[in-house]
Design a protein. Structure first.
Length: 191
């Protein structure tokens, strides 16, 4: 649980590009949200493989990669409450995409459970969509685990279109996925 910081009304989230020094906080959030979201869906062996050290190395590499864009949301205390990361479409999205206009991918969107339903996810997605559109992408997709109904409803409220299904090859487990796509540029509003 996050600490209580202020007696004033909560402020809009601060959304900013991630920097290499954010890697430990991103890795911790990634592991915590993944376990919370997929604990009942993923096989036990996948949960055992999800460790902080491995995720830290992954985030350190991602934050050094100029082809990737990562944004974070900070809560009232200045702690990382959410993240989004994307870039050119990867193998899963590339193989499932219905048309060539989907050239970008959101690889990660994680919002801390106790800060959900406050607009962080939408704000993070908008930051990533704007950055990807500025890079010349005309469409973006993301893969969502088919049984993750809460996330699928969230993307539908943001006008995402489920356009294909595919099997994610891993690395943690071969999950059945839905490809959700948007044209870029996009102005996200809740439906």
């Amino acid at each position: 649980m996050r600490q209580w910081c202020s007696m004033t009304r909560p402020q809009p989230p601060l959304i900013r590009p991630a920097v290499p020094q954010d890697a430990p906080a991103l890795a911790a959030l990634h592991v915590a949200v993944w376990r919370d979201t997929y604990g009942a869906l993923a096989p036990a062996v996948a949960l055992e493989k999800l460790d902080l050290a491995h995720r830290l190395r992954g985030w350190q590499a991602r934050l050094q990669d100029p082809a990737q864009t990562t944004w974070i949301a900070l809560d009232d205390c200045g702690a990382v409450a959410g993240l989004v990361s994307g870039g050119a479409a990867g193998d899963g999205v590339s193989g499932a995409r219905p048309d060539e206009s989907v050239s970008a991918e959101i690889a990660h969107l994680y919002v801390a459970p106790d800060t959900r339903k406050q607009g962080l996810g939408r704000a993070l997605m908008q930051a990533a969509f704007d950055a990807l559109a500025d890079q010349g992408h005309r469409g973006v997709g993301l893969g969502v685990v088919r049984q993750n109904y809460e996330a699928r409803l969230f993307y539908a409220r943001l006008a995402g279109r489920e356009s294909a299904s595919y099997t994610d090859p891993g690395p943690l487990w071969r999950s059945l996925m839905m490809l959700v796509t948007w044209p870029l540029p996009a102005r996200l509003t809740d439906r």
